[in-house]
Design a binder for this molecule. Structure first.
Ligand SMILES: NC(=O)c1ccc[n+]([C@@H]2O[C@H](COP(=O)([O-])OP(=O)(O)OC[C@H]3O[C@@H](n4cnc5c(N)ncnc54)[C@H](O)[C@@H]3O)[C@@H](O)[C@H]2O)c1
Length: 392
């Protein structure tokens, strides 16, 4: 049996536990820290419902439950404080992203792991998707020569969740570079085989979502529901995505303001890599339906590779010969196949047969790039990205 302790047993965690058990049926949830015991009991895998024990703190959990592995899946602001405590133990840790939401959290985390025997899989499914891995293999095989430029886009067709659910709480997310771009900056660095060193960014806030509707308003209490495009009725009728249950108003004053802090409607970054290559990243959160697209275009002098996870296709254009290839990937995989790959990585890390493809350094380097993008969008200046390894 592999004894798994879970800290924060929410929606994401419930799904990842299923993936772990699919990767290895020996995984059993034996210990949990989560204030909502009643809800978590109903979420636990059936075979673990009677045996899983609940704890109030990390030291007691380790003393009494002696886990082989830990999964941290609380909301974003608690990832780093819990991970710092788990770093004291020689276990395998699956750590949700973003692994920190401030420079103070990130540097404390880096310090805690500098001498730790705790081995980490950071929850970056995109980097390990078959499509992204194929892209990296092709770049390594010299399909496009030296990669000089990357354009990455993320038109999120489910972006309302950052304004009508728990993620609207800016104090917890600290904006959508940290919440969303952390994945994209990570896979961009992976493809370019180089860390991001400098960023200039902009974030558009309060033009689409947010507004003056009174705090605490939800659709069921709103007289504009019949005509509002975001009401459950109209989202269902228009198949425009997002929750079709009653939800907080996406135009509410309680989302925040550009001055005091709120999630952005869209944001973009100009990026420089240590290799000297450059890139652009754009994410849009009000796009809907077939506007959804996520992927990258990477170019060198001899050729261009581009792929899109939504169409599950990769195109390879030879710049100087009259051939273009299109490769299609099998569809129907959660997170485009990344979650099952991460689960396999985690189980192998627990057993000590493989090392992690997304170790703690990848999560830290991505957070440093996101924090630089956030700072640049607030100051209007280029910002140098802190590099992992500078913490004393
Ligand atoms: N890697 C990915 O692709 C991916 C996808 C979705 C979500 N996420 C991340 O997963 C995290 C969780 O998201 P979610 O949608 O599952 O949220 P959620 O609200 O469903 O889950 C959070 C859980 O943490 C628990 N919790 C609250 N306070 C706690 C505390 N002090 N100690 C322990 N547990 C506590 C809550 O009771 C809840 O069960 C987020 O940080 C999000 O960024 C990652």
């Amino acid at each position: 049996m592999i004894r798994l302790a879970v800290i924060g047993y929410g929606e994401r965690t419930s799904w990842m536990v299923k993936c772990f058990q699919q990767a290895d049926p020996e995984v059993a949830v034996t210990a949990v820290i989560d204030p909502n015991e009643t809800l978590v009991r109903s979420r636990l895998p059936e075979k673990d419902q009677a045996s899983a024990r609940f704890f109030k703190d990390v030291p007691t959990l380790f003393r009494q439950a002696r886990p082989d592995a830990v999964l941290i899946g609380t909301r974003c602001h608690l990832h780093s404080p819990y991970a710092i405590q788990v770093a004291l133990y020689p276990v395998a840790l699956f750590l949700e992203k973003p692994i920190a939401i401030s420079m103070k959290q990130a540097t404390s985390l880096e310090r805690a792991f500098a001498r730790s025997k705790c081995r980490v899989v950071v929850s970056f499914p995109l980097r390990v998707t078959p499509l992204c891995v194929l892209g990296r293999e092709r770049i390594e095989a010299d399909f496009i020569g030296r990669p000089e430029h990357i354009l990455a886009v993320n038109y999120v067709p489910y972006g309302t969740c950052y304004f009508d659910g728990g993620y609207r709480n800016y104090a917890i997310t600290q904006g959508l570079f940290l919440q969303k771009a952390t994945h994209d900056f990570d896979y961009m660095s992976y493809l370019m085989n180089s860390p991001i060193t400098r960023v200039a960014a902009m974030a558009l806030k309060g033009r689409v979502f947010g507004g003056k509707k009174k705090a605490g308003l939800s659709c069921s209490k709103c007289k504009e529901s019949p005509t509002c495009l975001e009401s459950p009725f109209n989202r269902s009728r228009n198949t425009s995505g997002g929750t079709t249950g009653d939800h907080p108003c996406v135009f509410g004053a309680d989302i925040g303001t550009p001055e005091k802090g709120m999630n952005e409607d869209c944001s973009s970054a100009l990026i420089e890599f240590a290799s000297g290559a450059q890139g652009v990243y754009t994410q849009v959160f009000f796009s809907r339906r077939d506007a959804g697209t996520r992927g990258a275009t990477i170019s060198g002098y001899p050729g261009t590779l581009s792929f899109d996870w939504y169409t599950n296709q990769m195109k390879y254009v030879r710049h100087h010969r009259p051939f273009t290839d299109v490769t299609t990937v099998g569809a129907g995989m959660a997170h485009f196949g990344g979650d099952s790959e991460l689960a396999l990585d985690f189980v192998r890390l627990i057993k000590g047969t493989h090392s992690s493809r997304t170790p703690i350094e990848t999560g830290l380097q991505s957070v440093y790039a996101c924090l630089a993008a956030k700072e640049s969008s607030e100051t209007g200046r280029f910002v140098r990205v802190r590099q992992v390894g500078q913490v004393s």
